[in-house]
Write a protein that binds this ligand. Sequence first.
Ligand code: AMP
Length: 281
Amino acid sequence: MQCIDRIADLRRAVKAARQDGRKIGLVPTMGALHRGHAALIAQAAEDSCFTVVSIFINPAQFGPNEDLDLYPRTLERDLQVAAEAGADLVFAPVAAEIYPSGFNTWVEVGGSLTDCLCGAFRPGHFRGVATIVLKLFNMTDPDQAYFGEKDYQQLQVVRRFVQDLNLPLKIMPVPTVREADGLAMSSRNKYLSPEERSVAPWLYKALRAAAEAATSGEGDIHAIRCHALEIIASQPALQLEYLEIVDSESLQPLHELCPGAVMLAAARLGNTRLIDNIKLI
Ligand code: AMP
């Protein structure tokens, strides 16, 4: 597995792989790779892609008071994880390679997808995400790009601009990889103290209880939401930002339970922000 940091080298490597008849798979990440990332990489490799993993902590998607400076940077270990999962190439550029001075163009997906849920708490976040993802698509020209369902709103934002801008690639969603106790794996879980770590799985417990209620016949969307809210309220350390039942594509709130209903939640636990989601039916 090669590791490069220049866009020109990325283009050269992708071109050579294409000439060898390979399909190109891209896995965009911010590093601090864990089993969740490895599942995306392994899926791309299993799909017979020449698998490119980008590792870039994108300053444009962090708000002024967010954790950009603290975000874990573990490149040596990441290279090992990527190689073991089946990556062919890691692209780990510095910020100046991606945002040279004078950079002044942004990708803005419409507010109905980006102002709600995480977007309401992280203004500008999805503009930063859409911009870096489109730039990575333009640099790599992948046939397929892999995204985790854990970041559900991000997945829908990416799907939207791929469709709206007629990009010739397929978005491949990958189910959330969890710890044994249900906590969704995340690079930010490293911030949790042992005490916080023991509380963290309650977010998913609440979502799962809601999904179980829905599948066992509870049809009242308000009752399902209240059930999850009560479970979260039983853990005062979990400071809920939002918990909503929305349509899986438009992300608009649902007033009745119907196929495609997804529950999305975000909560703060100390200084760490947790997000998770579950399909209800
Ligand atoms: P990040 O490095 O957090 O920006 O994540 C890079 C990609 O990995 C995104 O598509 C995430 O949705 C995905 N990802 C992160 N955590 C998980 C997980 N626990 N399970 C599946 N995919 C994940």
